[in-house]
Structure formats: C-alpha cells, structure tokens
Design a protein around this ligand. Structure first.
Ligand code: ADP
Ligand code: MG
Length: 467
C-alpha cells in the first residue's frame, strides 16, 4: 500500500506543479515527504515548522483535492516537522543518537541509589547547584535544543564515549542547565562517581592560587585529573590566558587518555573563540559539538508552563502566551518575568492584569531586545530552502544555493540595514560588488515577480517572529 501511495503522490506532484508557481512548488511542496499512516491518512514530513504553517494555509485544500481527483479517497492530511519537538528526551535519543553513532553502545541499567549516602552533599562538593537543581526532568525540549539535550543525555548514560561533549550557544539558553543535568544524573545513578563542576572563571582563579603556592600545585592537578566527569562551564574565558590554556591542555589530555568524560560549554563554537590556542581548538572539536539556539514560540510557552508548575503558580494560558510572544531571545528573561509576577502576586494578592504583565516584561527587556543579525537571517533562509547555513557562506554556485544566498543578502540589507561590505564579510568574505549585484537582482524580482515577492514576504514574517 505504501508503495502504491508513492506512485499516487508522484502523480499528484505533477498536477500540483501546474497549479502552483515554480518557487512555491519547489519551496513548499516538492520537499514534503509523504507517509501513509492508515488507509486514508497521510502524514507529510516537512523540513520545518514554517513549511507546515504555510502549506496548511495555502496548499492543504489543493493537495487534498488533487489526491481526491486521483484516487476518489478523501485523505486526511497531517504534518510533522523534521525539527519537531519530541515527547521526551529518550525518544530523541532513540531517533537521533542510537541509530547513528552509538548504535552499539549498551545503555547500562541505572545503578540503584544507595539510601545511606548523602547525595545532596556529594553534589554540593562536586560544585553543582543544590538550591535549584538542574535536571533532565525539568529541562524542556524544543527544536532549539533537541539535539543538544539528546546528546547530553546520552553522555550521562555512557561516560567517556563522546569526548569531549562541547555545548555552545548564546546567553541564558540552557547550557549550564544541561551541563549540570549531566552531573546530577551521573551522581544520582552512582554516587561514588567523581564529578567536578567548575566555571572557566573558577578554574582560572584556582590555577592562579596554585601557581602562587607550590604546595597547592599538586592538589590542583590531583583535583582536576582525578575525576570521572569534568564539567567546565563557559570555557571560553581561558582564551588568551597562556598559562591557563597550557594547564588545561594537560588536564584535558590526562582525562582524555584515561577515558574520563569531559563536558565543556561556551558561548561560541571552538572555531569562533578568539585567542584560543590551536591545540585546544583541535581538542575541543574532537568529540561532538552541539549548539543551543533561541527557543521558538511553542518552546517558550512550554518552558513558562513548566516553570509555573514548578512554582505551583496558577497563571492563565493567555498570560503565558502574552509573555512568550514578547520575550523571545533568552530563557533567563522568560523565567525572570514569571518570577517577578509570582512575587507580585504573593505580596499583593491582586489579580494579574495585562498592563501589569506588560510592565513587568518591559522592565526586564530594557535594552535587551534582539536585533536582527545576518546569522539569524541565514538560519531562517536556510530553513526555508532546506539547505545548510554553511551553504550560504560557501562558494557553491548552483542555483539551489545561489538563489537563497542572494535572498539572504537582500534581507540583510533590507531588514537588518547592514552595509554591503559588512554583508559580504558575513557571507564568506565576498566582495561588496557581489552583494550589490545580488541585492539589485532580488529587489528587481521582488518588485516585478509576484512569486518571489510572496516567498520573501513569508521569510520576513518568519524573521519577525524569530527576532
Ligand atoms: P546559559 O548557561 O546558556 O547562559 P542557563 O543554563 O543558565 O543558560 O539557563 C538560564 C535559565 O533558563 C536557567 O534557569 C534554566 O533553568 C532556564 N532554562 C534554559 N533552557 C531551559 C529549558 N529548555 N527548559 C527549562 N529551563 C530552561
Ligand atoms: Mg551558563
């Protein structure tokens, strides 16, 4: 039956091609992968949530009618995004990790927690937060962090297999949370495991102390090299500090060679950290690097709901949605708004009003609104065209890449107000005349070709929501 449906879909595509503009067909329809769920339900796997939204709005009837004409069946149509949010971490793990890299790794049965040990004290000594515990349970999975979460979870279950795990991304997006979740999971499963959580800053300070006092030098080495799991948070801080990099290099090697797990977080990918020694850059890139992006709207709502639930705070869905619409780029701010509202309600007993919520948001967001950057534009454009961000900065000239690249450049000028030379620099060091050419070409198409205009307007809308 499945076989059959593929034939039907191929016929449908031919018809749909005639019914839609070339750009729309290529961007939104051809990229859908159908799967027959039962006799008359088709689920389309779409490259992203944007595709689903637009397809539902504009092409659902068309697709349904076309299928009906071809088969006389009234197909029910559902969609699923490739970057969809999985139900829980383990599912993501099954799908993305176990299938590939870790296919042969056995996930050991969790060791029982021995009741007599003081797990809280052990965690405290390991340097983990104990007032607010960051765990996998209270980490909300969204398309922005799904792969990072799945990999972090996998690392916590298979110490030493993925070395190092390198988690990077902007401020307040959950890097520390994920890193500590690994530490907590490891100690919960086996309190005898030696775990150290340490910020890059603390590492630097301890090293300086140790250098001033030869007796401490030994204990410094022992402390950091005698562990099963070393968690260094915000490791970028050691860049440009020669002695620290040297010492960290040796710590790293010693742990790595004995198969001990290292997890690092940073605001930037190893490639992007200025002043980082090449040998460390190489080491940092040896395992798996995962990034965390800003959360999308659904994830923001889910995070707010989770945090409200943790605080046992009753808040209307409408207000949650109001916050999630306004606070976009940082989970810490999202949490901050909620905490302020909780405090307010506790102290005053007054009901929350829209105005109050808006003022609270305002007070937290001052000067923090995200500006549109070329990075964001590239991410959104790449998603629309189902290509990689790196394609946009590459030298590839095929039309499937060149056209999206030109659109991205155009948007950098048009909506982010960037100069032509600055755009050229961000797109793999291109000359400003190349950018100018791309800009004029797309501008002309925007003004004269309705299909291109529609497509660009779709992308602009998506950008508005992301920024
Ligand atoms: P970073 O280290 O990336 O700057 P943090 O890990 O400190 O960010 O996260 C900031 C706050 O946001 C923390 O309180 C954390 O619990 C919360 N947070 C971030 N992402 C999530 C998520 N996906 N689910 C639940 N809480 C989150
Ligand atoms: Mg952090």
């Amino acid at each position: 039956m499945e076989e059959n449906f593929i034939n039907i879909w191929e016929k449908a595509l031919e018809a749909l091609k005639d019914e839609t503009s070339q750009i729309a067909y290529k961007t939104y329809i051809e990229v859908m992968v159908p799967r027959l769920i039962d006799k008359n339900t088709v689920c389309f796997l779409a490259p992203s949530g944007y595709h689903i939204e637009i397809c539902k709005k504009r092409y659902l009837d068309l697709i349904q009618n076309t299928l009906k004409i071809l088969t006389s069946v009234d197909y029910k149509i559902t969609f699923e995004a490739k970057d969809a949010i999985p139900e829980n971490g383990e599912e993501a793990l099954d799908e993305e990790i176990v299938k590939g890299q870790y296919a042969n790794v056995e996930v050991g049965e969790n060791a029982k927690i021995i009741p007599s040990v003081d797990v809280k004290r052990i965690k405290e000594e390991a340097g983990l937060n104990v007032s607010t515990v960051y765990s996998f349970d209270n980490f909300v999975i969204g398309s922005n962090n799904r792969f990072a979460q799945a990999t972090a979870y996998s690392v916590s279950q298979n110490l030493g297999m993925t070395n190092p795990l390198y988690i990077y991304g902007g401020v307040g997006l959950g890097k520390t949370h994920l890193m500590q979740a690994i530490g907590n999971a490891v100690i919960d499963q086996d309190p005898s495991k030696k775990v150290i959580y340490c910020t890059g800053e603390l590492f630097v300070n301890e090293l300086i102390k140790a250098m001033l006092n030869p007796n401490m030098n030994d204990s410094f080495k022992k402390k950091f090299r005698n562990v099963d799991l070393l968690l260094i948070d915000d490791v970028q801080i050691i860049a440009g500090k020669d002695k620290c990099q040297e010492e960290f290099f040796h710590t790293f090697n010693s742990l790595f060679e004995s198969g001990k797990q290292i997890v690092l977080t940073s605001e930037k990918s190893p490639k992007e950290i200025n002043g980082l020694e090449d040998r460390l850059r190489t080491r940092f890139s040896m395992g798996v690097s995962v990034d965390i992006q800003t959360p999308d709207y659904e994830t923001r709502v889910a995070i707010l709901k989770k945090k409200a639930e943790e605080e046992r705070y009753l808040i209307d869905d409408e207000l949650i949605e109001r916050i999630a619409t306004r606070v976009k780029s940082n989970v810490r701010e999202l949490e901050g708004v909620l905490k302020k509202l909780v405090a307010y309600t506790k102290f005053t007993n007054n009901p929350l009003t829209d105005d109050l919520v808006d003022n609270t948001i305002e007070s937290i967001l001052v000067k923090n609104t995200k500006i549109l950057t070329s990075t964001l534009i590239m991410q959104v454009v790449a998603k629309f065209f189902n290509i990689k961000v790196t394609d946009l900065t590459s030298d590839k000239r095929s039309n499937t890449i060149a056209f999206p690249r030109q659109i991205a450049m155009y948007l950098c000028r048009e909506v982010a107000d960037m100069s032509f030379p600055a755009i050229g620099k961000d797109f793999g060091g291109r000359d400003h005349s190349t950018v100018l050419h791309a800009y004029s070409k797309i501008k002309d198409e925007y003004d004269n070709n309705a299909d291109t205009k529609d497509l660009i307007d779709d992308i602009k809308k998506a950008l508005e929501r992301e920024s």
